[in-house]
Design a protein around this ligand. Structure first.
Ligand code: HEM
Length: 442
């Protein structure tokens, strides 16, 4: 069986030559001390510790880039076995620090979350997020807080999600019918789930606006565009590691991403125009606003609001839509695909899941969202799949806004921080885990 690919894509081989590691060390050290001096901090022994002892060997100019391999998170896990839970390496001209222990990750995402709130954005991610006008890639500050508040407290509130439950249910039912019709023939779980998730997310985003065939056409085309976008987001880009040559866009990643942005932008603009026309017709009394409010309607209302504290710009609106359609689709589909793959590899666990579904839902019924709190064994299986196969194993790399101390080591401002989330807790066999979650049927 071929397992789904993890979030980060292939490594990049660059022409290299052997180097005296002492020269490299001196190069690293002088850069680091320069940066610490710049921010008015004393030359620190901690920096010396980090730079002296925790350095996987690299090559001149390209650093460790040629050795990353195709599974960067596995390479980092291997390096952690050699260099410990915190080490630094150079990828091109970029200083990177890798954290590979739950306590260090906690220090960054919880204890020093403000310092590490900024993401180390790639050219591809900045391009597709309208120059970082979204939640995932905008810098920490009032605008980011406003967008996050809108997204978490209002769009993803229970009330808002309950309001569009029927749309999600309909898409899942369609898929189940489709699979049922194909009994006895192979099913591509990954493709099937991705299409279901894309249709469900599109439905929630503008289901009340772009309806019928036009909506499903967009869903099908979006699947193609999304696959390309995910590849470009995961592909190491020379321009990110050598900012001085970024303007040449050597691999053409920025250009291809811009093309995808333009395609998405056209779709967003057309949906916005349709919504405005519908609202215009309602105001003139030509119709009644009886349809369910979709996310787009809600965001357009925010855009029309007075006052910078609660209103959003058109660019922010479109960047938020992009976050939802990109952030919510591939991640969910990858997770489902991994869970199914693990279940197929572990018949005992599959049997337990089936038994629980029979007990809680019944053979002739469809699983509904209200069943979920009672499906505790299934819940444990999903969590285990997420833990073993995180859709984004390194999260989104962070960038400290000031030089700071993590686990006793000084981490310079502007470094790229990789957080080994999930895998840092060790790899266990899927089949053995559910023994801890046998409280079924309660
Ligand atoms: C199984 C499904 C999902 C997984 C595994 C997943 C995973 C992640 C991860 C790992 C991050 C980065 C967190 C960090 O670096 O701190 C993230 C951020 C984000 N995700 Fe998801 N996600 C999923 C579903 C969704 C859905 C359904 C949506 C939208 C409806 C969404 C929207 C976002 C957004 C907007 C961010 C940026 C949040 C921020 O910067 O604070 N995700 N997700």
């Amino acid at each position: 069986m071929q397992f789904p690919a993890c979030g980060y894509g292939g490594g990049m081989m660059l022409a290299t030559r052997k180097v005296d590691s002492m020269v490299q060390f001196l190069l690293f050290r002088s850069r680091c001390l320069r940066s610490s001096g710049h921010f008015g901090q004393p030359r620190s022994l901690e920096i010396y510790r980090l730079h002296c002892h925790q350095v996987p060997r690299g090559l001149p100019i390209v650093g460790y880039l040629p050795f990353l391999g195709s599974d960067i998170h596995r390479t980092f896990t291997h390096l952690a076995g050699v260099y410990g839970p915190i080490y630094k390496l150079w990828l091109g001209s970029k200083l990177c620090v890798v954290l590979n222990s739950p306590s260090l990750v906690r220090e960054v995402v919880r204890d020093q979350d403000t310092t590490f709130a900024d993401r180390d954005s790639l050219i591809a991610s900045l391009t597709i997020s309208y120059g970082g006008n979204d939640i995932a890639f905008s810098s920490y500050g009032p605008e980011w807080r406003k967008l996050r508040k809108i997204f978490v407290r209002e769009m993803l509130s229970n009330a808002s999600l309950d309001a569009c439950y029927a749309l999600r249910r309909e898409e899942v039912k369609k898929t189940i019918r489709d699979v049922y019709d194909k009994i006895g023939t192979p099913v591509k779980i990954g493709e099937l789930t991705l299409l279901t998730v894309i249709n469900a997310v599109m439905s929630m985003v503008w289901g009340g606006t772009v309806q019928g065939e036009k909506g499903s056409d967009i869903g099908a085309k979006f699947r193609e565009v999304l696959s390309e976008i995910m590849v470009l987001l995961a592909k190491p880009n020379v321009s990110d590691f050598f900012p001085r040559i970024a303007r040449f866009d050597v691999e053409g990643i920025e250009k291809r991403m811009k093309n995808h942005l333009h395609w998405c932008d056209r779709i967003f603009n057309s949906a916005i125009d349709q919504r405005r026309n519908m609202d215009g017709a309602i105001e003139e009394g030509a119709g009644k606003n009886e349809e369910r409010k979709d996310f787009l309607q809600y965001l357009l209302e925010l855009k029309e609001r007075e006052g910078a504290a609660t209103s959003i710009t058109l660019t922010q609106l479109k960047a938020l839509l992009m976050d939802i359609v990109i952030g919510g689709t591939d991640t969910t589909a990858t997770m489902v695909e991994w869970a199914m793959a693990e279940l197929m590899m572990n018949p005992e666990v599959m049997k337990n899941v089936n038994e629980e579904l029979n007990e809680v839902v019944g053979l002739n019924n469809t699983v509904e969202e209200f069943h979920l709190p009672k499906l505790r064994y299934l819940d444990a299986v999903v969590k285990e799949a997420l833990r073993l196969h995180p859709a984004i194993p390194l999260l989104v790399p962070r960038r400290p806004s000031q030089t700071c101390n993590v686990g006793g080591y000084t981490v310079p401002k502007g470094a790229k921080i990789f957080l080994m989330f999930g895998l840092s807790r060790g790899i266990l066999s899927f089949g053995t885990i559910p023994q801890n979650f046998r409280q079924r049927g309660s």
